[in-house]
Design a binder for this molecule. Structure first.
Ligand code: CP3
Length: 355
């Protein structure tokens, strides 16, 4: 076997040896790679400028804007990976659901899903539904060169929560009512969402994404038993569907300390942890054959520089003996974060871990 045979055909070759992909594969790295969830977005003045007067979902359908916004944090912070600028509800919009993203609120669905009849609105996603994604990923990989692009999608449970509640929810009461009260309908809903999610990730990988992340942001609302029985099978279906491409698959949720083992079992190569569990303990729960990502509390960035560095140091110390660590926050960048604090944090992690 030549060296080239070890590079999965779908990964843009320029990115294959990047620190980010090496860490995902648990190989030695020149420095610990860093990127931030929600690095593209409201914390950047240049983002607010290009988004002026353009709705969130409209901007997601414009390859020129997607490319510019995705590149902004790479240029400004020198992060080790780009994340494709979009939103978890874009594939649902693409199959014709009536929904919008309200500023300061999040995704809002016009007619919430409550009955079996509602499932008819979830048709399969065809690649042609999201030509703008294919176009934007192509433009991005050309611009990014050796910096990998991370594609992403919402996991079936988190998408189902928006569809069933009709919008953001603290308690997920309608969602859980369906999960407990109509288990067959629930299983069918998650299964259809898994197919849509898998199709959406495939589009991004085939267009040139070097890794994918499945965001199950609200899975932490579930008891471990319920996660295993009613959610894990659908997320596992997504990971299985994209496994043949050989790109690293990342799995992430918030408040998932008790679920890390199960989320790992769903099939990802890298599992993200928020700030509530130290990374060495998170890794024990995730298992030795996976890399970990996270886990600095995004609120720490509001503290003075020395405090940010002390907390980053704590994360790095906990990760020292782990097989693979991708430095990230425990959840997305908060909108009022000082962008310079993020740039300094990238520099700090790179300096401290240079080998
Ligand atoms: C749950 C979830 C959503 N969207 C997403 C998740 C999973 C990640 C997480 O847990 O945070 C994923 C997402 N949404 C966005 C990205 C872009 C890439 C990145 O930089 O990470 C990603 C990866 C852009 C966005 N998605 C959204 C914005 C803000 C919209 C704006 O700037 O007008 C951005 C930049 C809107 C959105 N969309 C959603 C929420 C909760 C919000 C915020 C509502 C608000 O406070 O305004 C749903």
């Amino acid at each position: 076997m030549t060296a080239d045979d070890t590079i999965p055909a779908q990964i843009p070759p320029a990115t294959a040896d990047s620190a980010f992909l090496r860490a995902c594969r648990r190989e030695p790295v020149p420095h610990t790679p860093v990127w931030f969830m929600r690095q593209a977005g409201r914390s950047l003045p240049e983002y607010r400028r290009v988004r002026e007067g353009i709705g969130m979902l409209d901007s997601c359908m414009r390859p020129d804007l997607v490319t510019e916004i995705t590149l902004q944090p790479v240029r400004r912070h020198g992060v080790d990976a780009a994340i494709y600028f979009s939103d978890i509800v874009v594939p649902l919009k693409a199959i014709g659901l009536e929904l919008d993203i309200k500023p300061g609120v999040g995704p809002v669905v016009d007619h919430p899903f409550r009955t079996r009849e509602d499932l008819a609105r979830l048709r399969p996603l065809e690649p042609g539904d999201v030509d703008y994604v294919t176009e934007a990923v192509g433009m991005l990989t050309a611009e990014l060169g050796a910096t990998p692009l991370i594609g992403f999608a919402g996991a079936p449970f988190t998408l189902a929560s928006y569809l069933v509640e009709g919008g953001p929810s603290r308690n997920h009461e309608h969602t859980k009512a369906m999960m407990y009260g109509a288990p067959d309908l629930w299983a069918d809903l998650l299964d259809r969402l898994a197919d849509i999610t898998a199709a959406f990730l495939k589009v991004q990988i085939e267009a040139g994404a070097s890794a994918v992340q499945l965001f199950d942001s609200w899975a932490g609302a579930l008891a471990p038993e319920d996660y295993r029985r009613s959610v894990l099978p659908a997320s596992a279906k997504v990971f299985d569907a994209v496994a043949p491409y050989g790109v690293p698959r990342i799995h992430f949720g918030v408040g998932t300390g008790e679920l890390l083992g199960s989320m790992s079992e769903a099939g990802a190569d890298v599992v993200g942890a928020d700030w509530r569990v130290p990374l060495d303990e998170a890794s024990r729960r995730i298992g030795p054959d996976k890399a970990v990502q996270g886990n600095l509390d995004p609120a720490v960035l509001f503290a003075p520089r020395e405090a940010v560095e002390a907390q980053a140091r704590r994360v790095l110390d906990a990760a020292r003996d782990l097989p693979g660590h991708v430095f990230n926050l425990g959840h997305g960048v908060l909108p009022d974060t000082d962008p310079d604090a993020l740039t300094r944090l990238v520099e700090y992690v790179h300096e401290q871990t240079a080998r």
